[in-house]
Design a protein around this ligand. Structure first.
Ligand SMILES: [Zn+2]
Length: 96
């Protein structure tokens, strides 16, 4: 039987033992516009986005609640290459 879903983006896996703990901060009020280059599936109440700005990158986490509210926080900025490493660790459940 074929399972059909609307999901095209990756889901963040259950967090694993020995994962790295990321620092989640209040979003920086930035004038510059970040470009979202990757994102996790929007079917979950928590959505992660890999954002690029000025040669650096960071991960933004947005939690949506049932009342239509949302709460965003983000990591520190890293060099793009480092951010991609953290991003893939996050998707594999190796960072939270
Ligand atoms: Zn999904």
């Amino acid at each position: 039987m074929e399972i059909i879903t609307d999901c095209v983006s990756p889901h963040v896996r259950e967090v694993r033992e020995g994962h790295m703990q990321l620092v989640w901060r209040e979003p920086v009020k930035a004038q510059e516009r970040a470009r979202v280059v990757a994102w996790s599936c929007h079917c979950r109440s928590t959505v992660y986005e890999l954002c690029c700005v000025g040669g650096q990158a960071y991960i933004r986490r947005t939690e949506y609640d049932d009342g239509g509210g949302e709460r965003a926080c983000e990591t520190y900025r890293w060099a793009y290459k480092k951010a991609v490493e953290v991003w893939s660790a996050l998707l594999r459940g190796q960072a939270v």
